[in-house]
Design a protein around this ligand. Structure first.
Ligand SMILES: Cc1ncc(COP(=O)(O)O)c(C=O)c1O
Length: 363
């Protein structure tokens, strides 16, 4: 009888709540203004010949590398950051290895580690402010640790890691692939990309799903030391990024003004939402990304439902480790923030949600 590997049988299924996403979608940290007009124009020009060819990743990889000041050998374009995590898990993890994942965080690290049969060691962010738990991460490292994953800015907390903490991990675990996921880099503006030059075990992932508005295209990349990345490149399909995405990415990369304008709107909207939380006394975690996590409390479910009834989708994060009663709200464009804030005020007043700011979860 056909039987899947034990590791696969033991895996949890992951089904993002994608059904029925009608309304203002502030639930998946997407770009809610759509993709770059230049990328869309290129898409409209795709012809039959473009579709008949196998995609050539290298020229776009070289273009991305040049924009980052890296060599093409230091960059691997991937089918989103999701594939980057998958490739790292396949390249570095044996069934009895350990992988450290700092939580609460993006769910796919756990999923891809689990399918290799490795053990996931969850390290909880510091209580109260969700700051990076450096002492606990260092304490969790063993000779079996072969993969360590964290995001900065992190999803759903919006917090970041300090350079000293990253360097301490790289030194403490030279046998581990250390993934710093910078999916939300564009909203923070600070990167530790130059560190790949000195640290052969560091991988930095970025995505075009967020600030560039290309989530449907599934494109991102891994940057790392050229020799290190050679191993991961072996595992990737030569056609892992499809030709339509590659063609449009070339054009979208040129649309700097579009991304800059969108990011400015997000930073303004984020400040507005954080101010609103402050004025209502709702605890929140100051964010460096395009979303903010707040603690609604016991009424989190009713809150999400009431927002949906008013046409605004937000994400319940109550089941994330350490996040009881929490909801994550993606920032929209300047115009969309008016819709969000009006629905938010209405729901808070109807459900009588307000309260004194609690220590740790506020400025
Ligand atoms: C931290 C983090 N990394 C990666 C991703 C997914 O990136 P991609 O769409 O490139 O697979 C997300 C999406 O929500 C995320 O929050």
């Amino acid at each position: 009888m056909l039987k899947a590997r034990d590791a696969v049988i033991a895996m949890k299924e992951y089904h993002p709540p994608l059904a029925g996403r009608q309304g203002l979608r502030l639930d998946f940290n997407e770009n809610t203004s759509g993709c770059s007009p230049k990328g869309l124009a290129r898409l409209r020009n795709i012809n039959a010949d473009d579709l008949a060819r196998y995609p050539e990743r290298a020229p776009v990889e070289a273009m991305v590398a040049a924009k980052l000041g890296l060599t093409p050998e230091q960059v691997l374009l991937t089918n989103g950051v999701d594939e980057a995590i998958h490739l790292l898990s396949e390249t570095y993890l044996e069934p009895d290895d350990e992988a450290i994942v700092v939580v609460p965080t993006f769910g796919m690290y756990e999923v891809f580690v689990q399918q290799t049969g490795s053990r996931v060691i969850f390290v909880q962010a510091n209580a109260g402010d969700f700051s990076f738990p450096i002492a606990a991460v260092l304490a969790a490292i063993t000779p079996s640790t072969k993969f360590i994953a964290f995001a900065s800015p992190n999803n759903p907390t919006g917090g970041v890691i300090k350079l000293d903490d990253l360097l301490a991990i790289l030194v403490a675990a030279p046998q581990a692939a250390v993934l710093l996921d910078e999916a939300y880099f564009d909203f923070h503006g600070e990167t530790f990309l130059p560190e790949i030059e000195q640290n052969a075990n560091l991988f930095i992932a970025r995505t075009f799903s967020k600030a560039y508005g290309l989530a449907a295209f599934r494109t991102g990349f891994l940057a790392a030391d050229a020799t290190t990345l050679k191993m991961v490149r072996k595992v990737a399909s030569p056609y892992n990024v499809n030709g339509v995405s590659l063609a449009c990415l070339e054009s979208a990369l040129d649309d700097k003004d579009y991304v800059a304008d969108y990011v400015q709107q997000i930073l303004g909207g984020r400040a507005l939402l954080e101010k609103e939380f402050e004025s209502l006394g709702i605890p929140f975690w100051p964010s460096c990304a395009n979303f903010v996590l707040c603690r609604i409390g016991e009424a989190h479910k009713e809150f999400v439902t009431a927002m949906r009834e008013r046409g605004v989708l937000v994400r319940d994060r109550d089941s994330d480790p350490g996040c009881s009663g929490c909801v994550r709200i993606t920032i929209g464009t300047t115009e969309q923030m008016e819709t969000l804030l009006s629905a938010f005020r209405d729901v808070c007043s109807t459900l009588q949600i307000s309260g004194p700011l609690r220590a740790g979860a506020s400025r």
